[in-house]
Design a protein around this ligand. Structure first.
Ligand code: IPD
Length: 254
């Protein structure tokens, strides 16, 4: 089994486990508007065990248990869109990314509510259950949708300014509560861009590979301390990348 096949199977198995308690897992609060379910920890342990058994020399960083980087590092978000998951909104996923020497190399994202698996490998394309994925070719802001992710890690005023800039440029905005699935939507051509003023590496590592391999562009998210501390993120289709980088104020690198 290749690493890509391994990560896809693992994301699907982990997602099926998560879905057994969809909308029913016991919750607590990590912070303001930052939900934790009992299943987050259980799914992360399930994924860590499988990676440690198969690739014992690789490093692992997960949302719930942390970890350290390395030459080969897996980035796990056991449940992305936890607030949706906790309240029975069917928009959440398992996200497994993989970096080699700091380069986003593999991504697998499984959406249990639809039984949809998205997977990508650097240089090999992005796939939705075997179908090749492509970003949209919309070049007109009057027809473009930009998902603007939000968390309490940045001030509300900065978020309001961000959505104001996108709206003033003619775009439509949405916020659906899963950064990983937001990136999937860019890769699948369902929206033109995803952006967030701060996002963590486990939320977006897999989705970045999907967007790039579907013909889209992102900023250099892993620059500086992005792996450990997160960074701003922009991911767009090719047709609007120059325009949106200017509107949003995050330079695109690829
Ligand atoms: C969050 C979601 C949300 C994004 C936040 C993330 P979680 O992850 O991806 O959409 O805006 O930045 O923290 O808590 O659901 O795993």
């Amino acid at each position: 089994m290749t690493r890509l096949e391994f990560s896809g199977k693992l994301a699907r198995d982990a997602g099926r486990l998560a879905h057994t308690a969809f909308g029913q897992s016991a919750t607590s609060m990590k912070g303001r508007h930052d939900v934790l379910t009992e299943m987050d920890g259980r799914v992360e342990r399930f994924i860590r065990k499988a990676i440690m058994e198969t690739y014992p020399d690789d490093a692992i960083i997960g949302e719930e248990e942390g970890g350290h980087g390395g030459e080969r590092v897996w980035l796990i978000d056991p449940i992305d869109g936890t607030a949706n998951y906790a309240r029975g909104i069917p928009h959440y996923c398992v996200s497994i990314g993989y970096l080699e020497h700091g380069v986003p190399t593999l991504g697998a994202i499984y959406d249990p509510s639809h039984d949809w698996l998205y997977a990508a490998a650097r240089g090999e394309g992005a796939w939705h259950d075997g179908e090749r994925m492509h970003v949209s070719d919309i070049a007109d802001m009057q027809a473009a949708t930009v998902e603007c992710g939000w968390s309490t890690r940045r001030p509300a005023s900065a978020y309001v300014e961000l959505i104001g800039r996108v709206l003033a440029a003619g775009g439509a905005i949405r916020r659906a509560g899963s950064g990983a699935l937001g990136l999937v939507d860019v890769a699948a051509g369902r929206v033109e861009a995803y952006t967030e003023l701060h996002i963590n590496s486990w939320d977006c590592a897999a989705g970045i590979v999907l967007v790039q391999e579907a013909g889209g562009f992102t900023n250099d998210f892993f620059a500086g301390d992005g792996l450990r501390s997160g960074n701003p993120l922009i991911a767009t289709n090719a047709a609007l990348c120059g325009k949106l980088a200017g509107v949003i104020g995050i330079p695109i690198s690829r």
